[in-house]
Design a protein around this ligand. Structure first.
Ligand SMILES: NC(=O)c1ccc[n+]([C@@H]2O[C@H](COP(=O)([O-])OP(=O)(O)OC[C@H]3O[C@@H](n4cnc5c(N)ncnc54)[C@H](O)[C@@H]3O)[C@@H](O)[C@H]2O)c1
Length: 272
């Protein structure tokens, strides 16, 4: 019996959020190179890249995400939860798009995801501080209703901050927690956690996190910024059969930045 190529997407059916620009747009191209799956794209803007179906969806709106779930019929192999916004938007919008919409879509589509399939989230290294307050993040991600969540965020304003890093902490912790539930269906759940990427979102991060911090992070990661394709290739890996025993992992795609932080090898002098 011949084994199919572990990275092959040719017979797969995938859903991608945020494929109009940046990482999601690069992922469309990578998937063509890996066999050209059927692609259903969910975004506020229609992607120009190779897709089969576009469903206009605001990931920050419960009713819009529900309508998208209703509009997707039939089996799915991989869900790429990639859409995200920076904290140039109000904190509630950041939490709604980056966290609530991701959870709603994942749980709404899970019944259609085939055994052997995968959920691949785009988190961020910005969400890596959850070990310092895991109980609070677990409490937050257990809240169902947006109103209750926004109330919780107001009560934990110091922890939640502008919402970006905290929303990505929610994605990282949810990736680990929900991997157990999805495994019951033989569906794997993982995230990529990128360092700064050269996408249209970068100027927003330069505003919200300061250009100095972003430049320093790139410098500490070897001096070269990640391209959208760098992240898309890693996403394609965690969505593919090549990662079939990888589950519940937040995979740093940061040229070692987090490793250098953990082992005390970052040089903070450039931040002074
Ligand atoms: N650029 C970076 O430095 C960086 C670093 C780490 C993680 N990320 C994450 O990577 C992911 C992709 O971002 P990117 O850098 O490619 O930026 P991008 O702005 O190029 O892409 C974001 C995509 O999401 C879509 N989108 C925005 N708001 C939406 C909404 N409400 N509903 C549906 N779609 C919406 C946009 O149209 C676009 O297609 C995001 O989750 C982001 O948080 C980015």
């Amino acid at each position: 019996m011949t084994q199919s190529h572990p990275f092959d997407y040719s017979s797969k059916r995938v859903v991608i959020t945020g494929a109009f620009s940046g990482v999601g747009a690069a992922l469309l191209d990578v998937l063509v190179e890996l066999g050209g799956p059927e692609v259903i794209a969910l975004d506020i803007k229609k992607p120009e890249g190779p897709i089969s179906t576009f469903i206009e969806t605001n990931m920050g709106s419960v009713s819009s995400v529900a309508a998208a779930i209703d509009a997707i019929d039939g089996p799915i192999d991989v869900l790429f939860n990639n859409a995200g916004i920076a904290a140039t938007h109000p904190v509630e919008d950041v939490m709604a798009v980056n966290w609530l919409g991701l959870r709603q879509l994942s749980e709404g589509l899970l019944p259609q995801i085939e055994a052997g399939g995968a959920i691949a989230n785009t988190a961020s290294i910005a969400g890596g501080q959850w070990p310092g307050h895991l109980q609070e993040v677990l409490e937050c991600i257990s809240i169902e209703s947006p109103e209750e969540l926004f109330g919780w965020c107001g009560e934990h304003a110091e922890l939640v901050g502008d919402g970006y890093a905290f929303s990505k902490e929610c994605v990282q912790v949810y990736t680990m927690k929900s991997a157990k539930d999805t495994l019951a269906k033989r569906v794997r759940t993982n995230s990529v956690c990128p360092a700064p990427i050269d996408t249209p979102l970068l100027p927003d991060f330069n505003k919200t996190m300061t250009e100095k911090t972003i430049d320093w992070t790139i410098d500490q990661a070897g001096g070269t910024i990640a391209t959208p394709r760098d992240i898309a290739m890693t996403l394609s890996f965690i969505g593919s059969d090549a990662s079939r025993y990888v589950n519940g992992v937040n995979l740093d795609v940061d040229m070692g930045f987090n490793a250098f932080m953990t082992t005390g090898q970052l040089d903070f002098s450039g931040l002074a």
